[in-house]
Design a protein around this ligand. Structure first.
Ligand code: ADE
Length: 276
């Protein structure tokens, strides 16, 4: 029997409007890793079951380093989510990736310092063993391709690939750091993709991320363009309708396909990565 598709949507700064779901109900849940960022909103998009979770809480009161990423992903897994579409505000490290543009992430560089990146931590009531998960591919390629095809159908321009550097924050980068990340091959910079993408893979969920560019970080010479939190929020708000339209169209396109083999392959990767 084909496994039922359920799609988790993790909203970033500004994308947490529960109105995108029909027949929405609220579910308060907890997990062996503590509480997720907020209650879950469970509902439908075009008849497909979805679960909405605002990454920073509805009041946007949880900073990136304090988000309980493990509880967020576990809660979505527990609800039966087979997929996660995450939205994330990002700075651009490349001239041709402009504020307002959308990028479908395909890789990351981890500069976080104090985040729990695994469910397999040896604690009581947590999964048993030690997990050495391969991170290539980091993002689910089939889900990424559906997002790209959906954007093409809607005539929404997207960059099809992009490497995000995830920093610990909450501060923004220094100019020297920003230049270094450019030299490393980073295209974008944010504070949340790691460990979200890692934990989703460990949970066997098909995870893809839509990055909305809000600023040019601080590597450019024009200091009027250096990132501020005001710019991040204002640019996200200005472009959030584009991301919402995209997500609403992606959901039925994902649900049209058979995912049994992909999900089994992801499960096998995790199983083969755990030493017991
Ligand atoms: N999120 C949005 N813009 C950012 C930037 N320039 N650095 C880190 N995180 C961000």
């Amino acid at each position: 029997m084909t496994k039922k598709i359920k799609i988790g949507i993790i909203g970033g700064s500004g994308l947490d409007n529960p109105d995108i779901l029909k027949n929405a109900t609220i579910k308060e849940v907890t997990t062996p890793f503590g509480n997720p960022s907020d209650f879950l909103t469970v509902g439908e998009i075009e008849g497909v079951e979805c679960v909405l979770l605002p990454r920073h809480g509805r009041k946007h009161n949880i900073m990136p380093g304090k988000v309980n990423y493990r509880a967020n992903i576990w809660a979505l897994k527990d609800q039966g989510c087979t997929h996660i579409i995450a939205a994330t505000a990002t700075g651009s490290l490349q001239e041709h990736m402009k504020p307002g543009n959308v990028v479908i992430l395909d890789n990351f560089i981890d500069r976080t310092q104090q985040r729990k990146q695994t469910f397999y931590d040896g604690e009581k009531n947590h999964p048993f063993g030690i997990c050495h998960l391969p991170m290539e591919p980091a993002f689910n390629e089939r889900t990424r391709q559906i997002i790209i095809e959906t954007a093409e159908q809607l005539k929404i321009d997207v960059h099809k690939t992009g490497t995000v550097v995830t920093i610990e924050g909450p501060r923004f980068s220094s100019k020297a750091e920003s230049h270094m990340f450019r030299q490393w091959g980073g295209h974008l910079i944010n504070m949340t993709t790691v460990p979200e993408v890692v934990l989703a893979k460990e949970a066997g969920i098909c995870y893809a991320a839509i990055a909305l560019i809000t600023d040019y970080d601080c590597w450019r010479e024009n200091k009027d363009e250096h990132v501020t939190v005001f710019d991040v929020l204002a640019t996200f708000k200005k472009n959030v309708a584009k991301v919402t339209t995209l997500i609403k169209a992606i959901v039925p396109n994902i649900a049209k396909e058979d995912w049994d083999q992909t999900i089994q392959e992801l499960k096998d990767v995790v199983k083969n990565s755990v030493m017991v």
